[in-house]
Design a protein around this ligand. Sequence first.
Ligand SMILES: Cc1cc2nc3c(=O)[nH]c(=O)nc-3n(C[C@H](O)[C@H](O)[C@H](O)COP(=O)(O)OP(=O)(O)OC[C@H]3O[C@@H](n4cnc5c(N)ncnc54)[C@H](O)[C@@H]3O)c2cc1C
Length: 315
Amino acid sequence: MRQIIIIGSGPAGFTAAIYAARAGLEPLMFASSVGIGGELMNTTDVENFPGFPEGIQGPELMQRMQEQAEKFGTEVVYDDITDVDFSGDVKRVTSGDGVVHEASAVIYATGSAYRKLGVEGEEKLSGHGVSWCATCDGFFFRQKTIAVVGGGDSAMEEATFLTRFADKVYVIHRRDELKASKIMQQRAFDNEKIEFVWNSEVAEVVGDTEVTGVKLRNTVDGTESDLAIEGLFVAVGNDPRTHLVHGKLDLTSEGTIAVDGRSSRTSAAGVFAAGDVIDASYRQAITAAGSGTAAALDAEHYLAALDQAALAAAK
Ligand SMILES: Cc1cc2nc3c(=O)[nH]c(=O)nc-3n(C[C@H](O)[C@H](O)[C@H](O)COP(=O)(O)OP(=O)(O)OC[C@H]3O[C@@H](n4cnc5c(N)ncnc54)[C@H](O)[C@@H]3O)c2cc1C
């Protein structure tokens, strides 16, 4: 039986692994079978992770985190966890090959997924003008004409934030009214750089190597039109990856895993959660890494308390 199992190989998982490994806990990490390295594998330049003044490519940053975690003794397995049992003192997780692995503590760091539009050109131009994160990528769109897709609070927040950089920000929304709160709507309506494109959905993202425009479809009469833009921000929602823990861990109203205050302690003793799967607000690599640190330290304290209790019982 292991002391600690980590599920997920994004910044939260690898940072938790670095701390747990350096504490001598020999963590076993399930990195997933296809999504190894997490969301940063889908991006190019990362310019806001401290320590890299020239910026660093997302995949290289994740490769370095993995090297650091392995250097101190983390065992990385390229498989998914398909089932979990957190009901007893011994935590059990099942990997894709059907093997059940046991540990005294588990760190759950499965991240979250930005909803995609699912249209032609979106995947191909991801990181080349298509983005899901204004905080991460807004800086690259100075003096450009761009668009935000969505009608909720996040879309309004992203659009308003992006006017700091872009000359013009279209907000493309499939209805003729917004879901966003009144205050967020008003802020966007009052901003001279923002123009709303109502009753419209993106049918295709256009561009060979960079985004040059979108094809729009009118949701009322089905007519198509072209809009020339240099960047597209997709803000249609985000889903924390929690499907394995429904009914096993408490969730928040936002769908993230609920933790106790500023800690990483979940509703199951010995199970800790970190990164975007607990975070509906910040969702950045550095906040995920910080949260992975908290999870490793919380797990370390939990395991030390278990050892103390076992010693006391043996006396
Ligand atoms: C396109 C894009 C660009 C971004 N750019 C930046 C940026 O420039 N700067 C910045 O700070 N942030 C950026 N972000 C946000 C940043 O990537 C995330 O905040 C961060 O990766 C979250 O880390 P995490 O470890 O919580 O989750 P993730 O990075 O999502 O990692 C979760 C991991 O868990 C794995 N996993 C999930 N389920 C299972 C399972 N059942 N079994 C095993 N493994 C599982 C996944 O495959 C993945 O490896 C960007 C995000 C995107 C999408």
